[in-house]
Design a protein around this ligand. Structure first.
Ligand SMILES: *Cc1c(COP(=O)(O)O)cnc(C)c1O
Length: 436
């Protein structure tokens, strides 16, 4: 496989962009080798600048639910852009996108923003403003964007680079952040016993996908971990925030809420709802959201928030994301999970495959580990085996997320023929993992 043009561009990029990329995981640091510079994409495929074609299992880290360059999304975006791309004044499109989100998720109002990071940053300010409390509780391995106070034990990009938090994040910023292991009810109970009346909120990924996929566990009493968190927060006058930036409008029409039915106090959205453009949102009850400026005192704003181009891309994507789309992606995910397990078993590679709906990942664990319930366990996987697996897949034209700590993403365009291409590449990759 020819990669000289990508290599050349990467070298030039490193002169003018830190590390050569605008988001760390793109640099292939965890897997080594030359990051592919992408020239274009269509449906389930990426095409790099050397003319190689790949089946894409990253889908821009989630947004491309309908596949790349969907003709109807492109047509809608092109048409609306011709009428102006940003006004700094309200539009009907924003009302329509907000209404579409309110129709799907258990929220009454949303505020549109430009990135998932902005959504979680703003929702924390709102939770603190409303409760008058400072502390927040988050989970190790959950990533909520690069918000300072949340950049503690923060999964994927940070996990990949083994950065504990980050230089530049002050002690003062993070000392109000309490970190528990995911799925650890005793730790949450203990944190509330100690700090209960100063905790503003619990924030969690609805089903974590940024340390690999770790679904909320169901306890011995049948209570889902999200339900436990909601109950515990409310018992102490704190708010339960579900970050659905990754899962929202992806794992079901209504995201993780559509799977486990736990209604949070506040939610964040991003990725799919932008349809490949910068758009995100946070929302909750009208009562809570009315604390935001200009209705209330908690300040939040954005020059490009709700701009017609991103709003149209998101709205068109959501309107095309029908039950049939979710059914197809669910089926594709199920087939692929089965085939990956088959290939790894055949090659004798120990592993755990976990999913929440169609979102799934593969952990290259030691033998005898039945499940990965938390970040401490996720971190024990053999990244060298993943690295070998990743490159063998890439050589065969399958573009996996370039880190062992990431979810695999499918789109409605990953049809049987495309899945078969992936399946045929698996045995060689599994043997490469076994040999690593
Ligand atoms: C991607 C992600 C974010 C951050 O979104 P950006 O648009 O990259 O800022 C926040 N939370 C979760 C759960 C995410 O997966």
């Amino acid at each position: 496989m020819q990669t000289s043009r990508s290599a050349e561009l990467f070298e030039r990029a490193r002169q003018v962009i830190p590390g050569g990329v605008n988001s760390p995981v793109r640099a292939f640091q965890a897997v080594g080798g030359t990051p592919r510079f992408i020239a274009r994409a269509a449906g389930p495929h990426l095409f790099d600048v050397d003319g190689n074609r790949y089946v894409d299992l990253v889908c821009s880290w989630g947004p491309m639910l309908l596949g790349h360059a969907h003709p109807e999304v492109l047509a809608a975006v092109t048409k609306v852009a011709a009428d102006g791309t940003s006004f700094g004044a309200p539009t009907e499109l924003e009302v329509q996108l907000a209404a579409e989100i309110v129709d799907r998720a258990p929220v009454e109002q949303v505020r549109l923003v430009n990135s998932g990071t902005e959504a979680t940053m703003s929702v924390l300010r709102l939770a603190r403003g409303v409760t008058g409390r400072d502390k927040i509780l988050k989970f190790a391995g959950c990533y909520h964007g690069h918000v300072d106070s949340l950049l503690v034990a923060a999964g994927s990009g940070a996990a990949t680079l083994a950065i504990p938090g980050s230089p530049g994040v002050t002690v003062a910023t993070t000392e109000d952040t309490i970190v528990c292991e995911y799925n650890d009810r005793d730790a949450v109970t203990a944190a509330f016993a100690e700090h209960g009346d100063s905790i503003a909120c619990i924030i969690t990924e609805a089903a974590p996908g940024n340390m690999g996929v770790i679904p909320p566990a169901v306890g011995p009493d049948g209570e889902n971990f999200n339900a436990f968190l909601a109950r515990t927060a409310r018992a102490h006058g704190a708010l339960f925030i579900s970050d659905e930036v990754m899962t929202g409008f992806r794992v079901s029409r209504s995201g993780q809420f559509g799977l486990d039915g736990v209604a949070p106090d506040l939610m964040t959205f991003g990725k799919v709802m932008g349809g490949g453009f910068p758009a995100a949102a946070f929302g909750g009850s009208a009562e809570l959201m009315s604390n935001l400026a200009p209705a209330g005192a908690v300040y939040q704003a954005g020059t490009l928030s709700g701009n017609p181009v991103a709003t149209t891309a998101g709205l068109t994507t959501l309107r095309l994301a029908t039950d049939d789309v979710y059914a197809r992606i669910d089926a594709a995910s199920q087939r692929l999970r089965g085939e990956v397990a088959l290939a790894l078993n055949e090659a004798g590679v120990p592993h755990v495959i976990q999913n929440s709906g169609n979102l799934f990942s593969v952990f290259f664990t030691d033998a005898g580990i039945p499940a990965v319930p938390d970040y401490a366990t996720a971190k024990q996987q053999h990244v060298d085996r993943f690295r070998a697996f990743f490159h063998a897949m890439l050589d065969q034209g399958v573009y996996l997320p370039p880190s062992a700590f990431e979810a695999w993403f499918l789109s409605a365009t990953h049809d049987d023929a495309v899945l078969t291409h992936i399946v045929e590449a698996l045995p060689r990759a599994a043997r490469a993992a076994a040999a690593a």
